[in-house]
Design a protein around this ligand. Sequence first.
Ligand code: IMP
Ligand code: MG
Length: 173
Amino acid sequence: MTDIQRVLIDERRIAHRVSELAEEITREYAGDDLLVVGILKGAFVFMADLIRKIRTPVAIDFMAISSYAGKSSTGVVRILKDLDAAIEGRNVLIIEDIIDSGLTLSYLVKSLQSRKPKSIRIAVLLDKPEKRQTDIQVDYIGFVIPDEFVVGYGLDYDGQYRSLPYVGILGDN
Ligand code: IMP
Ligand code: MG
């Protein structure tokens, strides 16, 4: 815990915002098919909370991709685990923990687009717009944050800190 310099977004603010996003999603997909695709591992906490607040039936699936080593984007994206089922004709909502350069998500959207879904939208908990390298459109954003390296609520640094209930800024040492 001493590794955390500062709590950026506490549990209560996260819960409140997640409920607001879920309401929006409920409104926009009500009565429609909805397949929520979580990007492992970072999105699993956000996704678990979000889907329990969505008041329309959802199906879920997961993908695992690697795009990052340490604290900066490499732009190299690899699919480590693919979806279990086809998405042709389905409304896909991608859930990601954070968008930074946008390289990960634009690669992913392109790759999923070729499978002919009915629609693809993106929900992220956190948006760090400062280092964006693509003009990707994100449909649901939890919080816009400054260009700091954050951990907690699913986000990690070298595999650590995912279980923290808040989003915090990691110290330098
Ligand atoms: P992008 O391709 O640069 O948009 O990077 C997105 C991915 O980088 C996310 O899925 C995270 O795994 C990771 N990432 C970016 N910023 C942070 C951060 O501040 N903390 C933890 N992971 C991050
Ligand atoms: Mg990630």
